[in-house]
Design a protein around this ligand. Sequence first.
Ligand code: SF4
Length: 508
Amino acid sequence: MEFSSRSRQKHLRLAGDRRELYPHSLQFYLEPPTESIALVEFESFAIDRLRLLKVVENLGVSCVRSSDSYKAKLESELRKLKFPYRALAEDDYEARRKDHISHFILRLAYCQSEDLRRWFLQQEMDLFRYRFSQLTESLMQKFLEHVNLSFEAVTEDQKLELAHELSASTPGLSVPKVKEQMFYKVGLVDAVDLFRTRRVFIKDGFAYVPFKEIDAIVLNNYRIKLSKALALTARSLPSIQSDERLQPLLNHLSHSYVGPDYSVQKNTGKISLEQIDALSVKSFPLCMRQLHKALRDSHHLRHGGRMQYGLFLKGIGLTLEQALEFWKKEFIRGKVDADKFDKGYAYSIRHNYGREGKRTDYTPYSCMKIIMSNPPSQGDYHGCPFRHSDPELLKQKLQSYKVPPSGITQILELVKGMHYQLACQKYFELTHEVDDVGFSLNHPNQYFTESQRLLSGGREPKKELSNSGNSQQKNNSQESMNSNLTPTSSNTTADAELEGLEAYFTED
Ligand code: SF4
């Protein structure tokens, strides 16, 4: 792919119309795009695919994959984002092109670490599985030929001759059902999973695979190809990293979330310092609750914690004056005296609010940034507890926050599957007593905003909060509520600028 400025975009798009490249709406993404593409389009394609994969991840945990609601929700998202949503439409060149290019952009962004590769592979596999299942029989056949997986169909005569063997070796298929099904002769290498689990009839070095099992073979083939491609792409990273236009974009994507950046607050000054303790219990996500508690307990946070928590507090509405008062009051209760605070720490807080240095209005960290970068070490409290805590410690913490045992088990399962944001959503559901979180979590400040909206009656809770602690929380929240807590801003983040800011936070 080559990249161009916006002004050349129209010309290049016309020149690059290559319908013959996409004979099918589905593909294994074997050939990278070779056309020129504007950086604007590059970024918008990538962000749309990231949105789509996040929906795939969410649905994969909240719905049964073969259920009608899973299919309906995924189709609706594909339509909304203008990706090919059904293989039936022949004239969906734009959607196919977007699908192809966006896959390769995210492949570049998500090949950079083992965690990213695994996440990308999982979501792409789920997306492929859904789209393959939507193909009609003839389109499926056409697709198999397209990807060189055209297996020989077993003739009617052969099938009748082997009907009893096929029925006995294929779970769930009676002889009459065998007669209705198409069977394919598949080489053993392609059918390893099926014959290992004794789900197919084997004869003369071929597995006799019923049509309904072909998807397992195709998916396995796709998984192998995509895993290899990701590993190969990772090896070519040094050359990609030397492209100064591309690297910041790819880094941004792999640390990115899609939503507001919470750098502009409509609620600035509407939260009092006295409310923070109560808010930390009822409306802070676990990462911020942990930081707040550590600050109150030890009257200090190291610089990673001050950055993460300070920008979050700014995002929920603390003014610069409030922030200075908040941090100073707490620090001087520990080992830092007022003079040292004014000289050492006040500057960095003003910097945080864009009043010093480059005067940039810094953005609170998204979940992806917290999860993917700067892991905490001994004595640190920043990071994401779902990602960075030992499971046993996480379990104890959740127990101490009165999360029910069954909920803890669900959270730990999600953590085990590396679905950290989904684990956090589950924590939200359990602590707010709602059945469905109703949003896709990407940002700690989004968690706070949604919590406040729910507690203020903006959304219906599952049932009346029953224990006195929770009732108290609800009352408090209603007092502190304001309906304008959702900030609006552009999608841009200031990761690069934050690195500059971190230099000001050298003092532990
Ligand atoms: Fe914080 Fe996001 Fe982790 Fe939740 S998922 S604890 S909001 S970083």
